[in-house]
Design a protein around this ligand. Structure first.
Ligand code: FAD
Length: 319
């Protein structure tokens, strides 16, 4: 049985839900005694509680103010030491910007395999599924098992229920704080907003939104159903929404359970970012819009009528 290390991330002092999915996946598919977790950051007590409840055999932590903001050189040096010391075979993480950068560095330095942004894995057999060419091709890959493997999973792509947690030994990891990277300032996102890549439901608006004020219609609806709000590139390029909200080839890649596209035509570059959503609902007033070919459910209607009507309906149901 391979020894598995889950690289976990904390957001606003809480374990990120996509990191939790990765740990649950490891515990469901590998012997708990062989599953180890590692986390870097500051103020990790809440995150650590969530991790120990799931029960990996060990949790290595670096809980220092100097690690509050991710710096690839600090973490990569420490991670390489840990992987060698504990003879780790598989290193798993959720596909965040930081994890992708880190795994690239560490895999190159240790001569290991790497597969990023996987959307599935066949249990402990680790046949991995990846989406390629803007979701036109779903590939299955098998990594050379004689080498260590670094694997990241797209958030929301894993479905796992870890059970029977074991006792977790928490170990403070010794990690040097010196770094060649200097961070001048950090601009935090509004913590009330659900991060797009973690969201289970996304409501997105396209060029049809016509201005930034109209996005309030989507925010009101999203607020009622616990969704994050996204946008097409046309909406972003027109200045209706910030680039942080863009979904697609040159924006964020998301995989929610439910994606509601409002006034979005369904260009291939948009599909590249949301095509692996479990259920796609399209609202478009043009019955010929290409998005209807890709959607599971389509509503041919004016979004300015249908979205407020849906919000009112949800209000009624929740009362
Ligand atoms: C290299 C490259 C990278 C790109 N990257 C991205 C990317 O990351 N993300 C992305 O989204 N795009 C990307 N694009 C752009 C992409 O090709 C499309 O131009 C873009 O997705 C179109 O956005 P849209 O669907 O909002 O706008 P449009 O194509 O203009 O569609 C608007 C839709 O709204 C409908 N509509 C209008 N009014 C209403 C109404 N009142 N109610 C309901 N429906 C209405 C219309 O029928 C139409 O279907 C990229 C393009 C290139 C070349």
């Amino acid at each position: 049985m391979p020894k598995v290390l889950c690289y976990l991330e904390s957001k606003d002092s809480e374990l990120s839900s996509s990191s939790e999915q990765v740990l649950k996946f490891a515990l469901e598919n590998f012997t708990a005694a062989n599953v180890i977790a590692v986390i870097y950051g500051s103020n990790l007590s809440n995150s650590n509680n969530s991790i120990t409840k799931l029960g990996p055999s060990k949790l290595y932590q670096v809980d220092k103010a100097e690690f509050e903001v991710f710096k690839s050189d600090q973490v990569s040096a420490s991670l390489i030491d840990l992987i060698n010391k504990d003879s780790i075979d598989l290193i798993l993480a959720s596909n965040s910007v930081d994890a992708e950068a880190l795994f690239g560095i560490v895999a190159a330095k240790t001569g290991s395999n790497i597969a990023t942004d996987c959307i599935g894995a066949d249990g402990s057999n680790m046949t991995l599924t990846r989406s390629m060419y803007s979701n036109k091709l779903i590939s299955q890959i098998k990594l050379d098992s004689s080498k260590k493997s670094f694997i990241t999973f797209r958030p929301n792509s894993l479905r796992a229920n870890a059970s029977s947690p074991a006792n977790t030994e928490i170990i403070n990891l010794d990690a040097a704080v010196n770094s060649k990277i200097t961070i001048d300032s950090v601009k935090k996102a509004d913590s009330k907003e659900i991060p797009l890549t973690e969201a289970a439901i996304i409501v997105s608006g396209g060029r049809a939104m016509a201005n930034s004020e109209n996005f309030k219609i989507l925010r009101d609806f999203a607020g009622k159903i616990g969704a994050a709000v996204g946008a097409s590139r046309a909406a972003v390029d027109s200045g209706y929404a910030p680039h942080s909200m863009q979904v697609g080839q040159t924006g964020k890649v998301v995989s929610p359970n439910l994606y509601i596209a409002c006034g979005i035509s369904g260009a291939i570059q948009h599909f590249a970012g949301m095509g692996s959503s479990k259920v796609i609902v399209a609202i478009n007033k043009d019955p010929e819009a290409p998005i209807f070919k890709k959607a599971d459910y389509g509503i041919v209607a004016d979004l300015f009528e249908i979205v407020p009507a849906l919000t009112a309906k949800v209000d009624l149901v929740l009362k």
